[in-house]
Unconditional design. Structure first.
Length: 165
C-alpha cells in the first residue's frame, strides 16, 4: 500500500528523470507510472508489497527477525525467558514500534515491518507473547493496539498478527 505522499514523490522523481532522457523513454516511463498507480486500486489484500530480498533473506536465516537460530537453540535449553535482540536493519519508525512492543508486552518473537512503501504510514507487526496465552485473537490485538497507543493514530493502518508461544 502506497500513501498519496509516496505516489506524489514517485511521480515527481519520474518527471525529473524524464527531463534527462529522450522522448521515447519518457513515454514508456509515463505509461509505467500510470499502470503502477492504477494497480494500487486493487483489493486491499493485493496492495501489500511482495517480500523484499532483505526480508526473504532474513526469513531464510531466521524464523523471526528478532531471534537468531543460535539464540533459539540456547533458549530452548535454558529455562529462562528469551531475550530479543533488536535487528540492525530497522528503520527509525520500525525501531520505535519495536521498542514500544518489547517494553509493553515482553514478546518472545517479534517482527516489525514498514509496509507503506517507506513513508511510515502503515506497519505490519507479527508478535508472539506469553501474555496472549488464553486470550482470543481480538483481545490479543487490542493489547497490541493499546500498547502502541498514540503511534497508531498517526498511521493509515496497522496489520497485526498475534499468537501465544
Amino acid at each position: 500500500m502506497i500513501c498519496r505522499a509516496c505516489v506524489r514523490a514517485r511521480a515527481t522523481a519520474l518527471r525529473a528523470e524524464a527531463s534527462l532522457r529522450p522522448q521515447a523513454i519518457r513515454q514508456a516511463q509515463r505509461t509505467q507510472a500510470l499502470s503502477s498507480i492504477a494497480s494500487t486500486r486493487q483489493p486491499v489484500l493485493q496492495k501489500f508489497p511482495a517480500p523484499t530480498a532483505r526480508s526473504t533473506a532474513l526469513q531464510a536465516q531466521r524464523s523471526f527477525s528478532a531471534t537468531s537460530a543460535t539464540q533459539e537453540s540456547a533458549t530452548a535449553s535454558a529455562a529462562s525467558s528469551p531475550q530479543l535482540t533488536k535487528p540492525s536493519e530497522l528503520t527509525e519508525g520500525e525501531s520505535e514500534v519495536w521498542d514500544t512492543l518489547v517494553r509493553e508486552l515482553e514478546p518472545t518473537q517479534l517482527v516489525v515491518q514498514d509496509v507503506s512503501g517507506g513513508c511510515g504510514s502503515m506497519y505490519a507487526v507479527d508478535i508472539s507473547a506469553e501474555r496472549f496465552r488464553g486470550l482470543n485473537m481480538l483481545k490479543q490485538q487490542r493489547m497490541v493496539n493499546s500498547a502502541l497507543g498514540e503511534l497508531v493514530k498517526q498511521w493509515h493502518g496497522v496489520q497485526i498478527r498475534t499468537r501465544a508461544p
